[in-house]
Design a protein around this ligand. Structure first.
Ligand code: UDP
Ligand code: GAL
Ligand code: MN
Length: 334
């Protein structure tokens, strides 16, 4: 018996060994083993830095500002300057046919020429483009010089008395066009307000199945501050506590069949509201926001694609690609 004890390690040795085990375990659990590796392998250090860089790109500097990220929580890209290679994308879209729809009804006809001229300069240059211009005065439209491979169509529409009805009727008209005519003529449709000018490159990077833009007035706000329709009786209702982003009706787009579904849903919502004698707070824009909450956009455009030089936070907007033309609301809407 005594002989056996003699062969056992001393208690100091056992305690020392256990302590060493504890230290190793602690290191594995709590310290970044990369630090150790990094000293052994300088290449790993560089990879690590790159990972950090990716993290910054993915989550933005301020993690709270969702709009400054380059991915949405459902992994749709948010298109900021520098996130795409236009040469690669242009090659992919060599044969893509793109429509641009715009309404110039009543006094808004004055915005048409500058809008179209700027589109010739910056919108989908080198691609196959069809302009769908809707107006109540087809004969008064002054056409700009249109480049080869691009066409302009003029379509007659009713001039509603109230401006609210003019803006909402866009949903009804675009439902019909996206169902009947557009599938034969184009692959993607981009829908825009006319009181705007293209001011820098807007190309195929904006194409996707269902694409919406971050509203320039709300991209730094939390959803509670968004001007969604909050009355449950409206078909555009979005409950408090819900919502991802606030999307404007002034610039959005998508594949023709997706855009058809969006317009149909908004048109139906507007009709339902009409029956219930209610009009959503921001007309068709409220219905678009409701639709996009339950049918998430597959691509989102940063406010570079819808900017107004009168707005604050312009430091985030390095390329002002599509700019609001300042107008006297009262004068143009009467
Ligand atoms: N619009 C129009 N005629 C009108 C009112 C509106 O053609 O009398 C069209 C036009 O394309 C305009 C869009 O509807 O850009 C949205 O209206 P507006 O630009 O006045 O809305 P805002 O951007 O000021 O909210
Ligand atoms: C305004 C804009 C409107 C509407 C509104 C939503 O800045 O001019 O068209 O989008 O925001 O709150
Ligand atoms: Mn507008």
């Amino acid at each position: 018996m005594k002989e056996r004890w003699k062969n056992m390690p001393s208690p100091t040795y056992i305690v020392g060994f256990l302590f060493l085990l504890f230290i190793v375990g602690f290191c594995i659990q709590y310290t970044d083993l990369l630090i150790l590796f990094k000293q052994l392998n300088p290449k790993l250090d560089e990879n690590y830095k790159e990972l950090e860089h990716c993290k910054t790109l993915l989550y933005g500097e301020n993690k709270k500002k969702r709009a400054l990220n380059v991915l949405t929580p459902w992994l749709a890209p948010i298109i900021w300057n520098g996130t795409f290679n236009i040469t690669v994308l242009d090659a992919q879209h060599k044969d893509t046919r793109i429509g641009l729809s715009v309404f110039g009804v009543k006094k808004y006809i004055r915005f048409l020429l500058p809008f179209l001229e700027s589109a010739e300069r910056y919108f989908m240059v080198g691609h196959n483009v069809t302009y769908y211009v809707f107006t109540d005065k087809v004969n008064d439209v002054v056409k700009p010089k249109i480049a080869e491979g691009r066409t302009l169509q003029l379509h007659d529409v009713t001039a509603d008395k109230r401006w609210q009805d003019v803006v909402m009727r866009r949903m009804e008209i675009l439902t019909a066009f996206a169902k009947e005519r557009m599938p034969k003529e184009i692959d993607y449709l981009v829908c825009a307000d006319v009181d705007m000018v293209f001011n820098d490159h807007v190309g195929v990077e904006i194409l996707g199945d269902l694409v919406a833009t971050l509203h320039p007035g709300f991209f730094l706000s939390e959803p509670e501050g968004f001007t969604y329709e909050r009355r449950p009786i409206s078909a555009a209702y979005i409950p408090h506590g819900q919502g991802d982003f606030y999307y404007p009706a002034a610039f959005y787009g998508g594949k023709v069949d997706e855009i058809y579904k969006l317009h149909l849903a908004c048109h139906k919502g507007i009709e339902e509201d009409r029956k219930n004698k209610i009009e959503a707070i921001w007309q068709e824009e409220s219905h678009i926001n409701r639709y996009l909450l339950y049918n998430k956009p597959t691509k989102i455009l940063s406010p570079e694609y819808l900017w107004d030089n009168n707005l604050p936070s312009g430091e985030y907007i390095k390329r002002r690609r599509f700019l609001a033309v300042h107008k006297n609301h009262q004068e143009v809407r009467n």
